[in-house]
Design a protein around this ligand. Structure first.
Ligand code: SF4
Length: 352
């Protein structure tokens, strides 16, 4: 049975490669780091959500086929040229964390902060969010951030004396604020309904009560167990993990940052990694001279909704001129506003 499945999978992948060839560069397949190996192997570009959106929009391709979750396809659509289409093989590839914030509740939270403190907080929104929240952020003069540049952008607004509404991941917000020396008194948790506690008048960073269910699975006990087993291990975790896990680790980094850290580590290093397991599996395979061990094996089920089979279905539909039902689009006003928030991120990060 396993052999039959393997053969079928190989046939599907072969058909994908043949179709890709027939498109002669008109279709760019973009895959997130958390995709399964066979998809990474047929992709033209692999990266985190920001890198994928930027590279895809800079490509000459007419079509970007996004192998990731829906907010990644939306981000590519926000940055795409008017003549580019973004296709997603399965619209049910969502993100529970992005679902934890709505534009209406974010609006309510900003108004509550203003009523409580008399100040207009600036929204700082993680890339892992829906297009309408990115648009809201841009319309209020805020910025998007990634796990790689959140520190720089948070620091920029704090230095300007601004209060920040950080959405939707409280853990990235807490870990970033801590890395800037902020204390518990500087932070305040905002409920998913947008309710701001009355005792938060002096807070500087208002953290949305959202989280990634995958990274939330990592615990301090797992870190202690790993360190007991590998006393010399260097442990890197994603900043979407809770602060206790980050505090017990050697570093917190985005997936791109982890890949670079692993590449830079000398041969023979013993490295622990705390993020989605498909990425870790690939790091293990690509770095046979190092011992790489997962903090635990956790998978994102939304990322798993993309399969070689549904990629093939989309490519066939595009070939036949009927791929519109796979097309991800963003309303023009939202696209313009979201672009402002993305431009703010680039300007602050690049110092322009
Ligand atoms: S890993 Fe977490 S943040 Fe990323 S798509 Fe899955 S649930 Fe969302």
């Amino acid at each position: 049975m396993e052999n039959i499945n393997k053969k079928t999978n190989a046939e599907v992948l072969d058909q994908i490669l043949q179709l890709k060839k027939s498109f002669a560069g008109r279709v760019l397949i973009a895959a997130h780091h958390y995709q399964q190996e066979s998809i990474v192997n047929i992709a033209d570009v692999v990266g985190d959500s920001y890198r994928l959106a930027v590279i895809a929009s800079q490509s000459d391709a007419e079509v970007i086929l996004m192998c990731g979750v829906r907010f990644m396809a939306e981000s590519a659509a926000i940055l795409a040229r008017p003549d580019q289409k973004v296709l997603l093989p399965d619209f049910s590839a969502g993100c529970p964390m992005a679902d934890m914030t709505t534009r209406a509740s974010a609006e309510k939270a900003l108004a509550s902060i203003k009523a409580l403190t008399g100040e207009n907080a600036v929204p700082l929104t993680y890339m892992n969010s829906w297009a309408d929240l990115k648009a809201f952020t841009g319309s209020k003069g805020g910025s998007i951030c990634t796990s790689g540049n959140a520190k720089k952008i948070m620091s920029h607004y704090l230095s300007a004396g601004r209060k920040i509404l950080f959405m939707p991941d409280k853990n990235l917000g807490i870990n970033t604020a801590r890395s800037l020396g902020l204390t518990e008194n500087d932070m305040c948790l905002v409920s998913q309904d947008g309710l701001v506690p009355a005792d938060c008048k002096n807070a500087r960073v208002f953290l949305w009560d959202g989280y990634c269910p995958v990274h939330l699975e990592f615990t301090p006990d797992q870190v202690l167990d790993l360190r007991a087993k590998y006393p010399d291990i260097t442990l890197m975790v994603h900043p979407e993990c809770v602060e206790e896990v980050v505090g017990l680790s050697n570093s917190a980094a985005s997936t791109e940052g982890m890949a670079n850290e692993i590449a830079r580590s000398p041969s023979g290093s013993v490295l622990g990694v705390g993020t989605e397991y498909r990425f870790i599996e690939r790091m293990i395979r690509g770095n046979p001279d190092k011992t790489i061990v997962p903090l635990e094996k956790f998978y994102c089920s939304d990322m798993d909704r993309i399969t070689p089979e549904n990629i093939l279905t989309v490519l066939k539909a595009y070939k036949e001129g009927c791929a519109d039902s796979y097309c991800v689009s963003v309303k023009e006003q939202d696209q313009n506003d979201a672009r402002k928030a993305l431009s703010a991120m680039i300007a602050i990060t690049e110092g322009v």
